[in-house]
Design a protein around this ligand. Structure first.
Ligand code: ZN
Ligand code: ZN
Length: 297
C-alpha cells in the first residue's frame, strides 16, 4: 500500500500523475467518473484474490472465518455493478487436515461467491489444491479446466495454472512446496498457440506472479512473459499470491498484483476490485477498501 497511498487527488494532480507514470490513482468509492460523460464501459469484471476461507482460528495476519463477512460486503458492491463476469485469482480456500473438511470449506465459500455472478472463473492457487486434487476443486466449483481461454466483448481472456512442480506434476494432496510454481511445457505450448489464433486484445489471469523472480514468482516466469510479449496482444496480467498491492509494467504489459481479501481483521481491511474496459481499450481498476485503484490508457 505504501507505494500507492489511497489519496484523493484533484483532477489536475491526477492528470499530472497520469502523464508522469501512466498510472492514475483514484480514491476508491469516492472517485470521480473516469470515462467521458455518457461513455459506458464495454466490459465490467469483478476481481478478488486470496480469500483463504477456512473454519479455523486466525493465524498471524490471516483471519480465515472473517472472509465470509468480507465476501458478503463485496457481494453487495459487486452485485450492484452488473458484472459481465467475476474472477477469483486463487487461494480461494485454506488447508484442512482432511479432504472432507477442506471440501466443506470450498462449498461454504463457493455459495456466496456464486451468488455474485452467473459467469465465474477460478484461477487455481497453491492453497486451492493443498489437500484437494485439481479435479476435486474444479468439479466442486463447476469448472472444466484449470487453464483455458475465452472471448467476451471484443476481448480475449486467458486463465493460467501455475500449480505444477518443476517435474511437471500437478499440485495436490500436499505433494509440493509452494515456492516450486511452474507453467509446464505443454501449457506454454498451448498458450503460444492460443494467442496466435486470436486477433483480439488480451487480458491474463494468474495466481503466482509473472512479473518478477523470487519466492512468489513462477519459476519460469521469463518464458511465460516472452510468449505474452511476442503475441503483441496482451495488455494486462492480473495476479495474486503475494497478498499486497503491487504494480509493474514490463515491456509494455501491465502486471497488477491484487491485495488479498484474507489479510487483517474486519471489513475495513477488505479488498476487491471492479475492472472496467472502455470502448477505446482503456482499463480502469476501481479498488475497494485496501485494494489500490489504477487507470491505464
Ligand atoms: Zn494466498
Ligand atoms: Zn498463493
Amino acid at each position: 500500500m505504501s507505494k500507492y497511498p489511497n489519496l484523493l487527488l484533484s483532477a489536475e494532480q491526477s492528470r499530472r500523475r497520469f502523464l508522469q507514470t501512466g498510472v492514475l490513482l483514484l480514491a476508491g468509492a469516492n472517485a470521480s467518473p473516469v470515462f467521458a460523460q455518457g461513455e459506458k464501459p464495454m466490459l465490467r469484471i469483478g476481481l478478488m484474490t486470496d480469500l483463504h476461507y477456512a473454519d479455523k482460528n486466525p493465524a498471524g495476519s490471516r483471519y480465515y472465518r472473517e472472509t465470509l463477512a468480507k465476501i458478503a460486503e463485496a457481494s453487495r458492491k459487486l452485485s450492484d455493478a452488473r458484472l459481465d463476469f467475476l474472477v477469483e485469482l486463487g487461494d480461494f480456500i485454506d488447508a484442512a487436515d482432511s479432504v472432507d473438511v477442506e471440501l466443506g470449506y470450498l462449498k461454504t465459500i463457493q455459495k456466496p461467491f456464486a451468488e455474485i455472478s452467473e459467469n465465474r472463473h477460478y484461477v487455481l492457487g497453491n492453497h486451492c489444491v493443498d489437500t484437494l486434487t485439481k479435479e476435486e476443486f474444479l468439479s466442486t466449483v463447476g469448472q472444466e479446466r484449470s487453464y483455458y481461454s475465452f472471448d467476451q466483448g471484443g476481448y480475449h481472456f486467458v486463465v493460467l495454472d501455475s500449480c505444477f512442480r518443476s517435474d511437471g506434476k500437478s499440485y495436490g494432496r500436499k505433494n509440493f512446496v509452494w515456492t516450486d510454481a511452474n507453467v509446464p511445457a505443454e501449457e506454454l505450448e498451448w498458450l503460444a498457440d492460443d494467442l496466435k489464433q486470436s486477433d483480439k486484445p488480451t487480458i491474463v489471469f494468474a495466481h503466482q506472479r509473472l512479473d518478477n523472480e523470487g519466492d512468489h514468482a513462477v519459476n519460469n516466469s521469463p518464458d511465460v512473459r516472452k510468449i505474452l510479449e511476442q503475441s503483441k496482444r496482451v495488455t494486462a496480467v492480473f495476479q495474486g499470491h503475494s497478498h499486497a498491492n503491487d504494480y509493474h509494467q514490463v515491456n509494455g504489459i501491465h502486471y497488477c498484483t491484487l491485495r488479498a481479501m484474507i489479510e487483517q481483521s474486519g471489513v475495513d481491511n477488505n479488498g476487491f476490485a471492479i475492472l472496467e474496459i472502455d470502448p477505446s481499450g482503456g482499463l480502469k481498476i476501481e479498488g475497494f477498501k485496501k485494494q489500490a485503484s489504477y487507470q491505464w490508457a
